[in-house]
Structures are given as structure tokens and as C-alpha cells.
Design a protein around this ligand. Sequence first.
Ligand SMILES: [Zn+2]
Length: 324
Amino acid sequence: MIILKKSLLLLFFVGISLQCFCWGFFAHKKINNHAVFLLPPQMLVFYKSNIDFLTEHAIDPDKRRYAVAGEGSRHYIDIDAYGAYPYPDLPRDHSKAIEKFGEDTINANGIVPWHVQTMLGRLTKAFKENNYSSILKNSADLGHYIADAHVPLHASSNHNGQHTDQKGIHGFWESRIPELLADKEFDFFIGKAQYIPNPGAFIWDRVLESALAADSVLKFEKELSIQFRGDKKFGFEKRNLDNLKQVSSDYSKAFNKKLNGMIERRMRQSIFAVASFWYTAWINAGQPDLALLSGKSFSEEDLKGFEELNEKWKNNKVIGREHE
Ligand SMILES: [Zn+2]
């Protein structure tokens, strides 16, 4: 029985880690895709005609972790390394944080709230330059990092339950449940993008919410795993053509219920934040006329870059820490 349980756990973990990182590819694509529809008409016309790109490339930053050293730390922050909530010892300003803790420590513990602000700057610049390729690439990337900042386990050093014997919980929260429930049960009617006067404060608020929620995510899963003994936690389900062993639908639904809509809420907040950051960059760039970009396309170099990124992702190992 013990051996069976161990092998099931292993399958669970392997299955999850093969699937994805961060929100999971499914959720990241969905978030960027839905964000387009929150934009004002002057932006919607451009973003909607490029919605396939923004959706597909929502996962480029995860693929880049196979190609670029230092990419990994942009996706998370182990904020509990800096004390207890609300982490008053950690300066929210990047240079002050580096001054206090040193660049190596800051990078090792993750930089997502700062990287979101860097990306906002890049997107604003791209709008100012009316640069088709740069607007699209930076929009897709920014959407990814903002979404990651909304995931509770991206703001915890126990990011995959590795310290509490809950390995696999990361993918369970952000991949398995959205894939199972987002299309059927989640409501993505969200309203309109809003201008964000202080993007730094905005993203830090989201990160602190994530940090606070991480404890509930871990605690609730632990409680549930005691209720669902043995093979009730796992089941065979059809995925593409394969019968895949994974966390059962019953267990997933029970966890979602226990979280009281947290995953849906964080997805909705991600969508709103992504659209609002795109909108804020455009406003801060002076509301350039995006109709001037119609008929433009990616350069040969851009296309080659996308292809190379895909190859590295398919063939190589993650450079740096895995954040499964
Ligand atoms: Zn990520």
C-alpha cells in the first residue's frame, strides 16, 4: 500500500512537472487573450487583430527560462525570506532593496514585482516609438509576469510544497484546476481596463495578497489530503489521446471549493491587471495612433528569434532554478 501510494505521488509530480510552470500554459494564454477585450476602442483595434500572437506568446517568458540565465528569478519572489507579512524590512524600491540585501540575494529570492515595472517601462517606450514588434512582444511578456505575481505560490519559498510534503501543489493550483474549471465554471466578464497612477504600489499590493494567500493554499490542501485518503486523490483521465493519471476531478473540485473561488478571483484580477498595465503604458506614451501600425509585420529576425526560443525550450533544460 505504501509503495503504491509513493508511486502514485511520483506520477502526480512527474505528470505536473511535465505540463508547465507558473500559471500553466493554459491559464497564461487565457489571461492574455481575455485582457484584450478590456481595452478601449483605440487599442482594441490593434490588439484584437494580433490576439493570436498575444495568446500564443503569453508563455514565451517560461520558454525563455531554457535560453536565458537569470530569467527564472523574474517569475517569483520568495518574500518570506525577508521576515513576516507585510514584510516591512524589504524596501519596495529596487535600488534600496539591493543596497540593503545585495544584488545576489535579491536575485536569488526572485524579482517579479520589480520586473513587472521594468517591463511596463519597455512597453511604454515601444509605444512612444510606434514599434510594432516591440509593442507586441513586450505586451505578451508583461502579461505573463503580471499573471505570475497573482499566483500565491509565486510569493512563497515553499513554492511547490517541498517543505511540507506537498510536492506538486504548484501545478495543481495553477494548471490542473484552471484546465478543469475555467471554461466550464469561471466567469471572465470583467469590465474595462483602468489607468494605474502608481504601478509600483499596484503590483506590490497584488504580491502581498499572493503571499498572504499562499498559507491558505498550503493549509487547505493539507487538510483535504487527510480527508481524501489513498487512491481517491488520483484518477485516470483522458488527456488528448492518452489516459493520464492525475489528481482526480473530485479532489480538484473539493480543493477549489475550499479555496472559496480564489483561483477564479486571481485569474480575473490577472486579466484586469494585464489590460490595465497595457492601457497605462499606452496613456503614458501619449496615446499613439495604433492604426498607423496596420499592415506591419514581424521582421525575419523576429521570426528567427521565436523559432530559436521554441527549439531551446523543446531541447534543453531550464537554466537556473526550476519553479515547478
Ligand atoms: Zn512564469
